[in-house]
Design a protein around this ligand. Sequence first.
Ligand code: 4AD
Ligand code: MG
Length: 428
Amino acid sequence: MKFISISEAIEKKKGKIAVRGWIYRERGSNKRKFLILRDSTDIIQCVLEREKFEENWEEIDKLQVETSVEIEGIIKADKRAPTGYEISVDKINIIGFSNEFPIQKDLNEELLGDRRHLWLRSRKMTASMKIRSAVLFALHEFSHKNGFIEIQAPSMSGAASEGGSEVFEVNYFGKKAYMTQSWQFYAENFVNAFEKVYAIAPSFRAEKSKTPWHVTEFWHYELEGAWMNLEDDMNIAEKCIVYVIDKILKENKKELEILEADISMLKKVKSPFKKISYKEAVEKLRTKGHKIKYGDDFGSAEERSLAKYYGNSFVFVTNYPLSLLKFYHGEDLKKPGTGTNFNLLAPKIGELVDGSQREPNLDKIIERLKKAKIDLGASNWYLDSRRYGSVPHSGFGLGIERLVAWICGFDTIKDAIPFPRTPNRFNP
Ligand code: 4AD
Ligand code: MG
C-alpha cells in the first residue's frame, strides 16, 4: 500500500490506509495496545487487538516510545482519540527499535538542553519550528513583494560592525577576524548599487547576558533602502510585522493551537502602531514610578513596561539622545541632539526591531567616530558609501527568534530556535 501522511489519513476520515512514523505514546493491557503515532504532520491513535497479533504479541507489548513503525489499518472517527480519529491496525512493521527515550516529563532545563536533538521531536518544538519556518518564508515574501532583493554579507570579516566587546574573534589563517554582529556596513554600501536590499542571516553576539531574550547566535532580518527616511523605515517595519502575523494567523492555526498561543493578542496587531519619542517615554516611565532620567538607556524592564503602558501592544520609540546611539545613526535636525532612529518595543519582550535613518554626511560621521574614539580599522571601506554618491537611506534589524517567541507566547527565545547558543552552551 502507498503510505500517506497522518494528516492526509485524518482528512480521508475512513477506509484502509497505510501510515508510518514514530511512537509518541504507548499504553496497553493484556488485550490491546494503544499507540499514538506521530509523523511530521500530526498524531493519531492506533489500536492493536491482541487476537489479531497473537504471534508477535510479546514484541508489540514491549514497544517503546520513539520506535519507528509502518502501519496498515482502517481509520475511523473516534471522539475519545486525541485528534478525533483512530486506526484499527491490521499490520505493523517495526522499522527501528528505540531504547528507553531519555526525555520524560519534568526534565530540568540543563538536561533538556543536553538532549535538545531529541527534544526537537516534541509537539511543542515541532509546532514552534513550523511557525519559525513560516515566519522566515513570510519575511522573504514580504521583502520581494515590496521590491527588496536578497543580498548576503559575509559572516566573518576583519573588523566588528556594532563594536564593543560583544564580538567573537576567530583565527583566520593566523590573522584576527570577527563573526558578524550585523550586515549593516555591507548593507549601506549595497544600497548604492541595488537601492532596496534585505538579508536573513545569523548574527553573533559575545554578550554574557542571561536574559530569556538573548542568545549568542540569533537570526537577523535586516533591511536597508536608499531614499528612505525614518518615517518610511518605520512604515516598512510595521507593515512587515502586520504581514507576518496575519499570515501566521491564517496559515498556522494548528500550530498556534498546539502551543496554546494567545490568538486575541495576535489579532490585536493592526496598523498604525503607536509612536512616541524617547523624551515622552522617559516622562511616562517617571509618572509610573520608574527611576529613570533623560539620557539613561532603557533596560528591558522599562521597554516591556512601555509596551504595556501604551495599549499592551507594539510601540515605536523614536529620537533617542545621540549619546545613546551609534556613530552611523543620523541626527534629527528638527530636534538637535536626538537621532533619526527608532526601537520597536513589544509587550513581554521589549526591543524587537532597531532601525534608523543613517547619517549621510562623511564629515559628520568622522567627527562622531572621533568623539566616540572608534577606529574603523579594517572596516574603513564602509565610509566609501559616503564618499561616492551618498544618498539618504534607512534600515533596520529584527531578531527573528524574538518575533517567533512573541507570536508563540513563549517565555524565552530559546524555544524559538532549534539549537540555542548561550554563554554556557554550544553543544549539541
Ligand atoms: O539592536 P541591534 O543590535 O541593531 C543592529 O544590529 C543594527 N545594525 C540593525 C540594523 O539597523 N540593520 O539588533 C537588532 C535586533 C534587536 O532589536 C533584537 O530584536 C535582535 O536584533 N537582537 C537579538 N536577538 C537575540 N539575541 C540577541 N543577543 C540579540 N541582539 C539583538
Ligand atoms: Mg538595539
